[in-house]
Design a protein around this ligand. Structure first.
Ligand code: C2O
Ligand code: CU
Length: 554
C-alpha cells in the first residue's frame, strides 16, 4: 500500500463560481478543493495549514471510518480542537474501502464557504469491479449563497431567528451561472457580478460517442436536496457511499447532502450535439434556478449550448419518487454483507424543530445538541481530565425513545420547548444498535422537511423507510434483513421514518447528525461513544482548547 501525501493551504480568496464575486474558502487556491485519489489500503496524509487568519479550522473525511484513528475524524469539539490560525495539522488515515467519499470543513459553517471536495478510492491493483466502464469521472454538487457564512450564522443564532433564505445558485463541480441583472449593485461596483467571467463558464464533461462512463456524483449542499439528470440519457446506479448497489436505472437521481453515488452513463444519443446536465432543488419550494452543466459529445465544442431548454426536474413537493428511489437501493448480489439478525439496543430519535429561550433550534427527543469546549474524545480519554468529567460535559445520557404512543407527528407540537444539552449516548462495545429516525411537523403548519442523516465512523445497514409514525411493535417486522444497502448518509423523508442498524465496533466518539449545515448548527445531532477504553494514546496535536490548554502552560 502506498502513502498519498497532500499539502494544503487553506485561506479566504475572492471567487466567482456563479459569476458573483464572493469571499470563499479555498484549498491551494481551489474551491472545491483538489480530489484525493488513492487505492484501497493506502494511507492518506494531509498536511493542512490554516491561513484563514482569524478563524480556527478542522477538516472531516466524510465516509472514511477512521478505524484506529478516531482523532483524525476532523470534527471540531468531538475529535479535536480547531487548528488555530497559522498552524499546520497533519491528518493521517487509511482508506480501507474502495468507493466514492467526500471531505469538508467541520467547524461552524465553513463547509458552505467552499471548503469541500471528493475522495476517490480505487479497488486494489489487479482487482476488478462488478461492472464495466471505459472512463471514470466525478462531479461534486453544492449550493451557493452570496451572503457570507458569517451572516448566515449570525441570523441562525439570533433572537428572533433570521433566515438567510434559499441559495442563489446550484454549482456543478464548483460552477454555476447567476443572472447578474438581478444584482442591484451601484455602478461603481461593476465586476461584483460579471457573466463573462470565465470562472463561471459551465462545467463541461466531454464524452466520446459510444463509450460508457462511470460518473461519481457527490453532494455537499448546505441545504438543498437535489435531483440530477442528464438530458436524454439514462443512468444506472451501481454504487452508493462506497457500497455496490444492485443495479437499477433512473432518469433522474435524487441525491442528498453527504451522499455519493456512482452511475453508469453511455454516450448513446445523437452525437451531433451537446446535452444539458441539470440539478434542481426538491423537497423545498425552489427559488434557486436550475444548475447547469454541459454533457459534451466529442468533437462538438465543449461549451456549445444544447439546442434544448434545460430540464426543470420533478415536482419539488412530490415525495413519492424520492421514497421509491430510497426503497430501490439494495446491496448488490454477491456483495451483500448480512446485518446481524437482531439488535441489542433500540434508539428512536424524534426530529423536531423547537424554541429554546426564544431561539429556534432542532432537537432529538427534545434534546438540542450543544458542544463542550473540551472535545469529547479528549475529555473521555485524557487521563489528566477524566476525574473532571462531570465538569466537562453533562453525564446524564439523553433519552433513547420519545413518547411515540402519544406524540402527533402530523401537527405542530402543542409545546415546542426543548432543552439544550451536551450529553452523549454511550454504547456497549461490539453490540448492535438500531436507530430509527422519526420525522415530524416543523413549527410551520403542514410542513415537514427532508433531513439527510450522516454517521461518522461507521457504515450502517438501511433496514427500511416508512411513511407516518414508526410503530416499534410492528414496523421492525418489515425490515429488510436480506439485502440492505450499507451507507453512511440516508435521507429522512417528510413525515416518515428511516431505520438503521450498525455495529458499535469502532472505538471512538462519533457524531450522528443532519447534514444540513444550518440544522446541525441549530443542534440537530447526537454523539455516540463506544469502546473508549480501546482507543490508543491520543496525540497532543488534537488538544489545546477547553481544559487541555492548562497542559501547555508553563
Ligand atoms: Cu459530512 Cu459530520 O459530516
Ligand atoms: Cu436537517
Amino acid at each position: 500500500a502506498a502513502i498519498r501525501h497532500y499539502k494544503w493551504d487553506v485561506k479566504y480568496e475572492y471567487k466567482s463560481p456563479d459569476c458573483f464575486k464572493k469571499l470563499s474558502i479555498t484549498i491551494n487556491g481551489m474551491a472545491p478543493g483538489p480530489t484525493i485519489t488513492a487505492h484501497q489500503g493506502d494511507t492518506v496524509v494531509v498536511e493542512v495549514t490554516n491561513s484563514l487568519v482569524t478563524e480556527g479550522l478542522t477538516i472531516h473525511w466524510h465516509g472514511i471510518r477512521q478505524i484506529g484513528t478516531p482523532w483524525f475524524d476532523g470534527t471540531e469539539a468531538v475529535s479535536q480542537c480547531p487548528i488555530v490560525s497559522g498552524d499546520t495539522f497533519v491528518y493521517k488515515f487509511v482508506v480501507d474501502r474502495a468507493g466514492t467519499y467526500l471531505y469538508h470543513a467541520h467547524y461552524g459553517m465553513q463547509r458552505e464557504a467552499g471548503l469541500n471536495g471528493m475522495i476517490i478510492v480505487s479497488v486494489p491493483k489487479g482487482q476488478s469491479e462488478p461492472f464495466v466502464y471505459d472512463f471514470d469521472r466525478s462531479i461534486l454538487l453544492t449550493d451557493w449563497y452570496h451572503k457570507s457564512t458569517h451572516e448566515a450564522t449570525a441570523g441562525l443564532t439570533s433572537k428572533p431567528f433570521v433566515w438567510i433564505g434559499e441559495p442563489q445558485s446550484l454549482l456543478i463541480q464548483g460552477r454555476g451561472w447567476y443572472n447578474c441583472s438581478l444584482v442591484n449593485a451601484p455602478t461603481s461596483n461593476t465586476g461584483v457580478c460579471n457573466t463573462t467571467n470565465p470562472e463561471c463558464s459551465p462545467f463541461s464533461m466531454t464524452v466520446v460517442p459510444g463509450k460508457t462512463y462511470r460518473l461519481r456524483v457527490g453532494s455537499l449542499t448546505s441545504l438543498a436536496a437535489l435531483s440530477f439528470e442528464i438530458e436524454e440519457h439514462n443512468m444506472t446506479v451501481v454504487e452508493a457511499d462506497g457500497h455496490y448497489v444492485e443495479p437499477f436505472t433512473v432518469k433522474n437521481l435524487f441525491i442528498y447532502s453527504g451522499e455519493t453515488y456512482s452511475v453508469l452513463v453511455t454516450a448513446n444519443q445523437d452525437p451531433s450535439r451537446n446535452y444539458w446536465a441539470t440539478v434542481n432543488v426538491v423537497s423545498r419550494k425552489p427559488s434557486t434556478p436550475t444548475g447547469l452543466a454541459i454533457f459534451n459529445y466529442y468533437p462538438n465544442p465543449p461549451l456549445r449550448h444544447p439546442p434544448t431548454v434545460p430540464t426543470t426536474g420533478p415536482m419539488w413537493n412530490d415525495t413519492e419518487p424520492r421514497l421509491a428511489q430510497s426503497h430501490a437501493i439494495k446491496a448488490r448480489k454477491g456483495y451483500i454483507i448480512p446485518p446481524p439478525p437482531t439488535s441489542d439496543r433500540h434508539i428512536i430519535l424524534l426530529n423536531t424543530q423547537n424554541k429554546i429561550d426564544g431561539y429556534t433550534k432542532w432537537a432529538l427527543n427534545n434534546v438540542s445538541l450543544t458542544f463542550p469546549t473540551t472535545p469529547y474524545l479528549v475529555a473521555l480519554k485524557e487521563k489528566r481530565l477524566t476525574y473532571k468529567l462531570p465538569e466537562l460535559f453533562d453525564q446524564t445520557p439523553p433519552p433513547d425513545v420519545y413518547d411515540w404512543e402519544h406524540y402527533d407527528i402530523h401537527n405542530i407540537a402543542p409545546n415546542v420547548n426543548a432543552t439544550s444539552r451536551n450529553a452523549i449516548y454511550r454504547l456497549d462495545f461490539n453490540t448492535t444498535v438500531d436507530v430509527v429516525l422519526q420525522n415530524a411537523n416543523t413549527m410551520n403548519p403542514n410542513n415537514s422537511e427532508t433531513h439527510p442523516w450522516h454517521l461518522h465512523g461507521h457504515d450502517f445497514w438501511v433496514l427500511g423507510y416508512g411513511e407516518g409514525k414508526f410503530n416499534p411493535l410492528n414496523d421492525p417486522k418489515k425490515y429488510n434483513l436480506v439485502n440492505p444497502i450499507m451507507k453512511n448518509t440516508v435521507p429522512l423523508h417528510p413525515y416518515g421514518w428511516t431505520a438503521l442498524r450498525f455495529r458499535a465496533d469502532n472505538p471512538g466518539i462519533w457524531l450522528f447528525h443532519c447534514h444540513i449545515d444550518s440544522h446541525f448548527l441549530m443542534g440537530m445531532g447526537v454523539v455516540f461513544e463506544e469502546g473508549i477504553d480501546k482507543v490508543g494514546e491520543l496525540n497532543s496535536s488534537i488538544m489545546g482548547c477547553g481544559l487541555t490548554k492548562n497542559f501547555f502552560r508553563p
